[in-house]
Ligand binder design. Structure first.
Ligand SMILES: Cc1cc2nc3c(=O)[nH]c(=O)nc-3n(C[C@H](O)[C@H](O)[C@H](O)COP(=O)(O)OP(=O)(O)OC[C@H]3O[C@@H](n4cnc5c(N)ncnc54)[C@H](O)[C@@H]3O)c2cc1C
Length: 326
């Protein structure tokens, strides 16, 4: 095909949202470089029928659907075998993979198998002539590196939430591909999947309230959770609360945590270090509550409130709850 192949995963039975973001990136590359856009849909379960339809609607003109019960989040070896099968068949010039738990492991192994170039953890994609131009954070998030890749094939991993999702204006065809996986030969055995209850919703929440070291301890998170509840949003954190065990590590936002793109992000007791800001810069509106008027977060925030969060947050929560009630 010589165009761009998006690795779209549905490893828990439903299509990962990152697939639509990768399709957005693939379509912009295709507009500059041509060759077409296809998707390798990897997963299991009845949800793959709908997932394939979503992919064609969002711009994959051909979807190669690889279904097998072993294609789950803990089985990168199986996922690699399935993706490599589609790659052998389609010989794409560019393969886009989400830089998530599975993709971080998949991308280099796939690139090695394809004898391809590799760009990882990219946050933007474009083209300059024949070269693909991507950016990624370096030096702990303090600088952005611009990388140009002229050789093909190339595997590129893209951070979730970094690209805009593709528009739903396309049509395409779906082809089932056979996957030969010897489950007994897989080196990893998944025995139990434990999901953090509280993590649910942070990735896709329209409103996120983030708490930092300034909350002083786990009790502070109860105060901001009440605000998040009143707003119908989710709670996240900077790194110190996660490191200290005040909240699950999966709540961490930033360079080494999640990248989120909510409509509204409220940073409470967070100073605004570059490594934290790297995870929230895509938020449409940022509100900061901090008792230090010189805190760097205020230079990023659209609205800032200077003061002790223990006074401000309960007032805000009460006002919002009253408005929602009335
Ligand atoms: C390689 C690397 C990767 C990293 N990755 C991440 C990452 O993914 N995510 C991340 O968040 N960090 C990350 N960090 C850490 C980062 O550099 C900062 O140390 C961290 O973000 C600071 O967290 P904070 O803002 O909660 O704490 P602090 O910087 O300590 O800020 C606390 C803030 O709370 C305010 N405050 C205190 N009391 C109150 C009160 N009562 N009311 C209101 N405000 C109050 C203070 O004025 C202060 O501004 C990383 C660092 C490195 C080196």
């Amino acid at each position: 095909m010589a165009g761009t192949l998006v690795v779209a995963t549905a490893l828990d039975g439903t299509l990962a949202r990152s697939a639509l973001e990768l399709l957005g990136g693939a379509r912009s590359l295709d507009a500059a470089l041509g060759g077409g856009v296809a998707a390798a849909l990897i997963g299991h379960g009845l949800g793959l029928v709908e997932a394939a339809e979503i992919l064609t609607r969002h711009g994959a003109t051909r979807v190669y659907r690889a279904a097998h019960p072993a294609l789950t989040a803990g089985q990168t070896d199986a996922v690699l075998a399935a993706v490599a099968g589609v790659v052998r068949r389609t010989a794409p010039a560019v393969v886009l993979v989400a830089a998530d738990t599975v993709g971080r492991e998949l991308a280099p192994r796939l690139a090695y198998r394809m004898r391809a170039g590799l760009l990882t953890e990219c946050v933007s994609l474009g083209a300059d002539g024949e070269a693909i131009v991507a950016t990624r954070q370096v030096y702990g998030g303090r600088a952005i590196a611009t990388l140009a890749m002229s050789s093909r094939p190339v595997v590129i991993s893209v951070k979730p939430r970094a690209l805009d999702a593709a528009a739903a204006d396309g049509t395409g065809t779906v082809e089932d591909v056979a996957v030969a996986i010897d489950e007994a030969a897989l080196p990893t055995r998944v025995q139990e999947v434990v999901r953090e209850q509280a993590e649910r919703g942070l990735d896709d929440a329209r409103i996120v309230v983030g708490g930092g070291r300034g909350l002083g301890g786990p009790e502070g998170f109860k105060i901001i959770a009440a605000l998040a509840d009143a707003l119908g949003g989710a709670v996240g954190a900077s790194r110190p609360p996660a490191d200290a065990g005040w909240v699950p590590i999966t709540w961490q936002i930033g360079q080494t945590g999640k990248t989120i793109r909510p409509a509204l992000y409220i940073a409470v007791g967070i100073s605004g270090a570059t490594q934290h800001v790297a995870g929230v810069s895509g938020a449409r509106t940022i509100v900061a509550i901090n008792r230090d008027p010189e805190a760097p977060i205020f230079s990023l925030a659209h609205l800032g409130i200077v003061g002790d969060y223990r006074e401000i947050v309960p007032l805000l929560t009460a006002r919002i709850a009253a408005q929602r009630g009335g």
